[in-house]
Design a protein around this ligand. Structure first.
Ligand code: ATP
Ligand code: MG
Length: 385
């Protein structure tokens, strides 16, 4: 017997629920050469969504290249990663002669070397030095490839850059370089995925930013509770187990339908019910939450230890009040002992940079991680009695 819930990696098929509208919209955009920037808090399902769309589009003959910027910490590794993704997804490693590879990149005056990883995965190395001028020229040539493939092969092409909030860390001018080449490719769909909502949004909506108005904004919200409830019951039923309606309600109340955390808590709940051979009840869910918090506790303690005093107070305030629409107001700051407005402001900046706090425009601050909220609430419970 297998646990019917999955968390931590990308999900597809029976493990993936809802997002019908987002799937259809993204599919249409990517097929139409529309640029898209897809933003959500961490672990809301961006990568899963885009990879499902990519599979569907490939089945329709659209070429879709995908690169995760977390795997390319420098400009040179970004160039290698992009070369690999473009060749793998637009041409394909299988059954291609070595000279084809040379030819493909040779047109761009690039000299590829084929590497094979321990697991047999091929990758391309361009042997570029860290000299900035040379690298920029090579990168610009690489970035031209999607447009050229689209023209030469008369095919629809889409390129996905995941974890795009990392672009600036790779190199401060990388977004500028990407824009300068990709704005000349009207028929290619460029898709940018990222968390760190405020940073991503600024990059694409601030007039002074290089990516300003380059892509259509799309956001992923939590999954609607009725859809998630049906999914959870269905997954239990598919394994011959049962969960009460009240237990599902409690589970979704704890996670506020956060996709990853709902799957995680459901996973622990199913395990407990299975091992004890019982119907999952509200009590089972509470037990499962204990287990999850115990599993996550070391991580949260580590995070907590690195925060300033005001950051800790702000987090506790947000956990207790369930978010705040007027965090800077005199009354809110006084109620939770937060101190001066300027201190709260700088604390919030740090908390948002590390994604512990998120802001929903115009000004609602909240903690997007449900288990961190639960962990904080337990801590205040322990402190106050
Ligand atoms: N549509 C969905 N249906 C069910 N579970 C989902 C769905 N989307 C996401 N999840 C859950 O969330 C987890 C994270 O999904 P995914 O990695 O696609 O999100 P992400 O937004 O790309 O995360 P990250 O911020 O880490 O890049 C999955 O392992 C799964 O448990
Ligand atoms: Mg992702």
């Amino acid at each position: 017997m297998e646990n019917p819930f999955r968390y931590g990696s990308i999900v597809t098929g029976e493990y993936f629920v809802d997002r019908e509208q987002e799937l259809a919209e993204l599919q249409l955009d990517m097929r139409s050469g529309q640029n898209v920037v897809l933003v959500s808090p961490r672990r809301f399902g961006k990568t899963s969504l885009v990879l499902i769309v990519a599979e569907r589009l490939r089945a329709q003959g659209v070429l879709v290249a995908y690169l995760d910027l977390l795997t390319t910490p420098s400009k040179a590794t970004f160039a290698n990663g992009l070369a690999t993704a473009l060749y793998r997804d637009l041409v394909g490693f299988k059954g291609r002669a070595w000279h084809k590879l040379q030819q493909f990149f040779g047109q761009k005056s690039l000299l590829p070397t084929l590497k094979v990883g321990p697991d047999g995965t091929p990758s391309i190395e361009l042997g570029l030095g860290e000299r900035s001028g040379e690298l920029d020229t090579a990168l610009a040539r690489l970035l031209e490839i999607p447009g050229q493939v689209a023209t030469d092969q008369k095919k629809r092409v889409a390129v996905v850059l995941d974890e795009f909030q990392e672009a600036r860390l790779i190199d401060d001018h990388l977004p500028t370089l990407i824009r300068s080449v990709w704005q000349m490719q009207p028929d290619v769909s460029h898709v940018f995925l990222g968390s760190q909502r405020h940073m991503m949004q600024r990059l694409f909506t601030d007039k002074s930013e290089p990516m300003y108005r380059m892509a259509k904004p799309m956001t992923l919200d939590a999954i609607p509770s009725d859809v998630f409830a049906t999914f959870i019951k269905g997954r239990f039923a598919a394994t011959g187990r049962e969960i009460t309606g009240a237990a599902v309600d409690r589970l979704l109340e704890i996670t506020s339908c956060h996709p990853h955390d709902t799957q995680e808590l459901a996973y622990f709940t199913w395990n407990l019910a299975f091992l004890e051979g019982v119907v999952a009840t509200q009590e089972t869910v509470e037990h499962a939450l204990d287990r999850v918090l115990r599993a996550e506790s070391a991580r949260y303690t580590e995070v907590w230890s690195r925060l300033t005093k005001t950051q800790r107070l702000v987090l506790l305030a947000l956990a207790t009040s369930g978010g705040a629409k007027a965090i800077y107001s005199e009354s809110y700051r006084q109620q939770y002992g937060l101190g001066a407005q300027s201190t709260v402001q700088s604390s919030l900046k740090g908390l948002r940079d590390t994604e512990l706090v998120d802001m929903i425009p115009p000004a609602k601050y909240w903690i997007p991680d449900p288990f961190l909220r639960a962990w904080l609430l337990r801590m205040t419970g322990a402190v106050t009695g």
